[in-house]
Design a protein around this ligand. Structure first.
Ligand code: ADP
Ligand code: MG
Length: 374
């Protein structure tokens, strides 16, 4: 994979930079015209790449997506200024990029590339026409949005056919760190998987069952395994198709730890219980590498957040090499005021892309950058 570090001269180079500004936003009124970014982690992680390019004299136009296809970055520009520590010029439509580059007042951001009023249709269809149009006027393309790399989209994949293309600092870091997680020696390597979307989590369990010493389960993923082991799950959330989901995995493998007690409300398992917390914390304290994705319970309700919080604390305090990620996992950590996120060696911005990478599957966005040798 070619990375941006290989380019020595960026002075006055016009750079199309794919960034990740897909953050949760809360409307503060006026029909959504006043909005607040509630979790800025992903935006902050873009700052280093932007600064790096500006310091080297590049002219940068950023391209990104936001939520639904009709969303716009227009209301978020003032918050972007603050989070990135610099002014960000707002480019309404793809046709305006030429003029923007000609005047170049500083780093710019094209509005939501998935919004048809900004770039027409074609982003999600990986349209070569859109990619070609987008490439016009630029010298190079940099992908610094790891979280979108599981999408075969025009500003991620097709664009690489029209410009010399490079992995940005963050995409490089994510691939190095997550590769490290997969390749670290099996002995002492612990993987903790929780959360709700079992269809995205079970493939990771399957990939790591032969690569980790132990896999600790929580959340709905654990429910599915317990159900298949014949346990009565009451009204707990379980996947209808848990049998198919778990096919190919030995659910009685001794390397797979499942909760032994629970916090139950309304006949639903909503958190792991005290005995399980103690057991998991014990395992974590002896680990040399910990990989964690997915809350242990319904952490949004403080009554059911204890399992997730205790596990997070144990990981943060352990001397292991700690890699964590997942949209809700990061939200959970930032809720627990006593946990300092900098205690984790690496926090992935990846979300779905991270899950697919950890499951050992290929990501089209990385493929387009030449990450896979064959
Ligand atoms: P991530 O975004 O970190 O990958 P997921 O999206 O897979 O995690 O899952 C997070 C969600 O899982 C949270 O909203 C949490 O409330 C929910 N969850 C975890 N355990 C349970 C449970 N036992 N019952 C219901 N929901 C749960
Ligand atoms: Mg999630």
């Amino acid at each position: 994979m070619k990375t941006i570090r290989e380019i020595t001269d960026l002075k006055n180079k016009k750079v199309l930079l794919r960034v990740d500004f897909d953050v949760p936003v809360r409307s503060l009124g006026e029909g959504g015209r006043v909005a607040e970014i509630t979790e800025p982690f992903r935006i902050k992680k873009q700052k280093a790449m932007i600064d790096w390019l500006v310091e080297r004299g590049a002219k940068v136009v950023m391209v990104a997506h936001l939520h639904e296809d009709n969303s716009s970055f227009s209301n978020l520009i003032p918050q972007l200024h603050i989070l990135l520590g610099r002014e960000v010029g707002f480019i309404k439509k793809i046709e305006d990029i030429d003029g923007y580059l000609a005047n170049y007042p500083g780093v710019g951001l094209l509005d939501n590339i998935r919004n048809p009023t900004v770039a027409g249709l074609g982003e999600k269809e990986n349209s070569r026409e859109l990619a070609e149009k987008l490439s016009k006027g630029f010298d190079i393309y940099i992908n610094n949005d790891f979280a979108v790399c599981h999408r075969d989209h025009a500003s991620v994949s097709a664009i690489t056919e029209f410009l010399p293309s490079f992995a940005g600092l963050l995409v490089q870091e994510e691939t190095v760190q997550l590769r490290k997680a997969i390749d670290a020696p099996k002995s002492g390597k612990i993987v903790i998987i929780g959360g709700a979307k079992a269809e995205t989590k079970v493939p990771i369990v399957k990939n790591f069952i032969s690569k980790a010493e132990l896999i600790l389960l929580g959340g709905v993923v654990a429910n599915d395994v317990l159900k298949e082991r014949g346990q009565d799950m009451g009204s707990s959330i379980v996947d209808e198709n848990s049998k198919e989901l778990l096919a190919g995995l030995d659910i009685n493998d001794p390397k797979l730890l499942v909760p032994e007690d629970f916090v139950v409300f309304d006949n639903k398992i909503l958190d792991i219980g005290e005995k399980t917390i103690k057991k998991y914390v014990d395992v974590i304290s002896g680990a040399s590498v910990v990989i964690w994705n997915g809350p242990m319970g319904l952490f949004e309700n403080p009554t059911f957040a204890t399992g997730t919080q205790k596990i997070a604390e144990a990981i943060a305090e352990s001397s292991a090499y700690k890699i964590i990620g997942g949209g809700d996992t990061i939200v959970a950590i930032s809720k627990f005021r006593n946990i300092d996120i900098s205690k984790f060696n690496f926090v992935s911005t990846g979300g779905g892309a991270m899950l697919i990478f950890l499951a050992g599957q290929r990501l089209p966005g990385l493929e387009a950058l030449g990450y896979y040798q064959n």
